[in-house]
Design a protein around this ligand. Sequence first.
Ligand code: ADP
Ligand code: ZN
Ligand code: ZN
Length: 746
Amino acid sequence: MLKKYADIIIDISHEEVDKVFQYRIPDKLTDLISVGSPVKIPFGRGNHVRLGYVIEITDKTNYDEDKLKEIVDIDKDGVAISSKLIKLAAWIKENYGSTMINALRTVMPVKKSIKPVTLKDVVLNIDKETAKNHLLEYKRKNAKAKLRLVSELIDTDKLPKNVVTDKLNISPQTLNALVDEGVISIESKAVYRSVTNNSIDNAVDITLNNEQLSIINEFARDIDNGIKKTYLLHGITGSGKTEIYIRAIKKVVCEGKQAIVLIPEIALTYQTVKYFTRYFGDRVTVINSKLSDGEKYDQMLRAKNGEVDVVIGPRSALFTPFERLGLIIIDEEHETSYKSDYPPKYHAREVACKRAELDGASVILGSATPSLESYRRAVLGEYTLWKLDKRAKNNSLATCSIVDMRNELRSGNRSIISKELACDINDRLNKHEQIMLFINKRGFNSCISCRSCGEVIKCPHCDVSLTKHNNRKLICHYCGYQINEPDKCPSCSSRFIGGYGTGTQKVEEEIKNMFPGARTLRMDKDTTSKKNSHENILSSFGNGEADILIGTQMIVKGHDFPRVSLVGIILADLTLFENDYRAGERTFDLLTQAAGRAGRGDISGKVVIQTYQPDNYAIKAAANQNYEEFYSCESSYRMIMHYPPMGNMLVVLMVSKDETLLDETANRLALQINDKYTSDKKLAVIGPAVPVLSRIKDIYRRVIYLKSAYYNKLIEVKDYIELLDINDMTNDEVNLQFDFNPMNMY
Ligand code: ADP
Ligand code: ZN
Ligand code: ZN
């Protein structure tokens, strides 16, 4: 094929230019250009030079040859995208709704090339005999600096320039003089910015237990037979999932392939990375949001050049430009952070499966509390289910006790610490064992519940709790139903009704009052705003500098403290009250993770779960540490309500500074969708509605919910909405975003 024409996506975020433009490829560029090349092109009436990406190269055109403009040049500062990642971007655009350029930007963790860091060495430029003669001369002339440097170089041949200037204290003038005399020369070499500490600790050689062995053998057999699948590793906390990841990676690396490991940023600690560097040394690298652009760029370059085999990182690491990708691992696959918050609002798990399909790779999803989405697929046989249900170190799981906080109130205990928990804390303090107290502050004060009977005020139509707004109104964010905030419980008439107002700080105060001698540490947004403060708190707790660690969900994930024998959950209900169909799942996850922190060492553990809803299925299942029990209740609830994954949902979010225009547009759009799909039984249209966050930074928000059993139906509606082009009518004043199967309700 002759490379004559290029289809190009212009690097401008605007729906108007969200199409492919064709350009002629000038002769001088035919050898340099390929699919994915960043290019400079003349664009628009004024032929301003813009940037763009080549997504297709052909030898035919449907346009008049003479009218086609010509590519100016390759953009030397740009980064090329591989053709597979372009395909992935197209899939993201289609499945989540976004412009092609935004989809392309999504699959490029780094968009600009960045100059390499160079290191300079000072080397001896003459043979050692001659150099020794020079030394005599320097001595005679009392040239101390030259003497110092050249004698040093006679011993070592080469020295890093910074050592020469700093340690040997040689001035630039002396260096220049020696260069001019031809005695030394200065060499530069490009080096990668290093982000891992590769001090190789001895890898502890762990003998796999039978459960682990049979899993890894199955994986190895599949790889040997060329079978590429998605596996769901459902392993309780401490069951040794990481060891499975390591062995699986080893297997694909042996086959000459590469692996991506996704870990939620919050769990991406020094310890986790070290675990991997022990096995893979400098063949593993990390990306995270704290890296500079240059550091990120270098890691991507190393991956692209095949100089590393494993990349560990959060969501965006999924787009590492490996050319021989063999395995994608997603640890804690249920985590909400795997879904992008901004458009295209893609889910890393789904995109990982697509990328694996394009690259011919396998996928391993791991969790102690799999998402309903993944577990359902495993049940249906789409994923292979692996189970690890024993702790790897053979210590038993903690025992769980549910404390009914309504009884505490009845028996006159107004404290947020129940008698049972207080008694256990006292006991552990006496034994010099450690305690973690967990309080989930999300959903803080937004829901109304009764402290006497536990009743939560819910919408009569939607089975979600109503949300309190500042004007004392309680509103349903699914259907718009609203009532005034009652001053008595509608169910038992108690006056102890209101929003929850307990935070980490309050818990710490209370603990200090009750146990004046206890040393406490607090970990929440306020105490971890500084760099490294997160790790510092955890390591001082790990070193035994405190007896009690009090924190939000931050303390729950993945930390291994062998001396913790008691975990207290101050209020298990808080997440349940979120006006969100995933509230049960989140509560179950948090309680399970929290429970997993107790009894990691030799001492056995206990978990105390305080709640106003002891009969709630998610709390009960978590206390029993029974995922299957939870799954069965939760999936029938979702089934009845047609919530994902038993149904599909598309949230169309509209935002604008102009509230009136926004309402008009939202109403018109809902009307148009309704008109088009009135007779379509496969689609339900709800709204427009005002979301919980009805205004952020003076931008107003409205939503339309679309529900269907069929994901494809929702894609069809999304395509229809894109064609309607609401911006035509509103002069760009209203912005529109799509969110398929949202992780958080609006
Ligand atoms: P998970 O990720 O499933 O919560 P980890 O992978 O962190 O669990 O493993 C928990 C601990 O058990 C780690 O310290 C790990 O080194 C250890 N471990 C894993 N497998 C084994 C094994 N087969 N024998 C002994 N210890 C093991
Ligand atoms: Zn009540
Ligand atoms: Zn409702």
